[in-house]
Design a binder for this molecule. Structure first.
Ligand SMILES: *Cc1c(COP(=O)(O)O)cnc(C)c1O
Length: 396
């Protein structure tokens, strides 16, 4: 399984490889976790957490995916304009201009508060256009969603406005990643109480959804409900305990650009934060914080070369890092480098990097910048996308 990167002639040899077959298998694994009558909403916001929303949306079209979800109108447009025909839920929040555009594009709108619902009421009455909504209830996160005291107003709008079609009612969990945290049960109860309240007021929706990846992995999806899953599809860890990963689908790669010997007393990089105390061999890799390789990994990160771990020494600069390869029996300019992912028997996971940075893998993925070309690999194709020219030369 040598996935030694092909050369993309025009580009620096630093890119993120996304395994579409592994993504497809993860979709299948998540589908197998769901009750028979349930389907998933694949959450592809933030360019599918940096993996590439359009490419992954295309894979979703052939699977047990009922819908896609994104945060922004522009994200929904990107997917729709690429020819993907799955319905798209926009999680929002949306302002007036965005609501109007979303209605015209026939996106499904996640309504996150009474103000937004009233705005939608006014717009749809004014334009005479129909819209499908998912109504978000705040079951305890206090970020988005209608509170108990907003329900009367919501009912009044939904009863008089025949343009607004309530397709689903949903909520979002704050702490589902920790099975021992009692707050998820508190939220489940609150959500149930609020949907019952709505029912007594005459409002019901054909569909409900609450579970994110963590809740889905914990089998908390109720029969018939949808699950909104993001991180688990990308092979990221959804539970705090760190034991629920599916297949990681992204590998961040580069190649050794320069190797040099340094002597005791020599320092490396900006700020001279690393000084050799013995003769060392240092490899320079063309990736830096402008690519999403966080500067806080200075003197802390690890990369993989020839199946071995090489510690980052010195500061991460904008375009470059330096790593210690003193103990390597062989290392050459041009050697493949793995920054995130597997190489031989070793792995640097997004979770390992996240832990060093005091964050979560979500942010590590999202940080991989648009300067990094994405290379999509599957059994029958290899495709590159980049913010730079499409003319990337021949794949070797
Ligand atoms: C991002 C998001 C999700 C997906 O969360 P994961 O933990 O990645 O599964 C689900 N629902 C909402 C409302 C979100 O914003």
């Amino acid at each position: 399984m040598s996935s030694a990167p092909k050369t993309i002639n025009l580009y620096r040899p630093t890119f993120a490889e996304v395994d579409l077959d592994a993504f497809r298998r993860n979709v299948g694994s998540v589908a197998a976790m769901l009750p028979e009558s349930s389907r998933m909403i694949a959450v592809l916001k933030a360019d599918a957490y940096g993996h590439g929303a359009v490419e992954l949306a295309r894979v979703c079209e052939s699977e047990k995916v009922g819908m896609l979800a994104v945060a922004l109108v522009e994200e929904a447009l990107e997917i729709k304009n690429a020819g993907v025909s799955l319905p798209i839920l926009i999680l929002g929040p949306l302002d007036k201009a965005q609501l109007i555009r979303a209605i015209h594009e026939r996106f499904v709108i996640g309504i996150i508060g009474p103000e937004e619902l009233m705005l939608l009421d006014a717009i749809t009455m004014d334009k005479g256009l129909p819209v499908r909504i998912h109504l978000k209830l705040d079951s305890g996160m206090n970020r988005m969603g209608l509170k108990e005291e907003d329900l009367d107003l919501a009912v009044a709008v939904l009863e008089r406005n025949r343009f607004i079609h309530l397709d689903a009612i949903y909520t979002h969990f704050a702490n589902a990643s920790d099975p021992d945290d009692p707050f998820t049960a508190v939220q489940v109860d609150a959500f149930h109480r609020m949907t019952e309240h709505l029912r007594t007021l005459g409002i019901e929706a054909p569909l409900q959804h609450a579970a994110n990846s963590a809740a889905t992995v914990r089998r908390l999806v109720k029969p018939g409900d949808y699950a909104r899953v993001g991180i688990v599809l990308f092979g990221g860890e959804s539970l705090d305990s760190g034991e629920s990963r599916l297949e990681p689908i992204l590998t961040l790669r580069s190649r050794v650009a320069r190797i040099k010997r340094i002597e005791p007393g020599d320092s490396v990089g900006y700020g001279t934060t690393f000084t050799a105390s013995e003769p060392m061999t240092v490899a320079t890799i063309p990736v830096g914080y402008a690519d999403g390789y966080n500067r806080a990994l200075s003197n802390r990160g690890t990369v993989l070369i020839r199946g071995m771990r090489a510690p980052v020494i010195g500061r991460v600069s904008m375009d470059l890092i330096t790593v210690d390869v003193t103990e390597f029996p062989v290392v050459e300019v041009g050697d493949p480098v793995t920054l995130i992912g597997r190489n031989g028997n070793e792995e640097v996971s997004a979770e390992e990097i996240a832990q060093l940075l005091g964050t979560i893998s979500y942010e590590v993925f999202c940080a991989i910048s648009s300067r990094i070309p994405r290379l999509y690999r599957s059994a029958d194709e290899l495709r590159v996308t980049s913010k730079f020219a499409d003319d990337v030369g021949e794949l070797e």
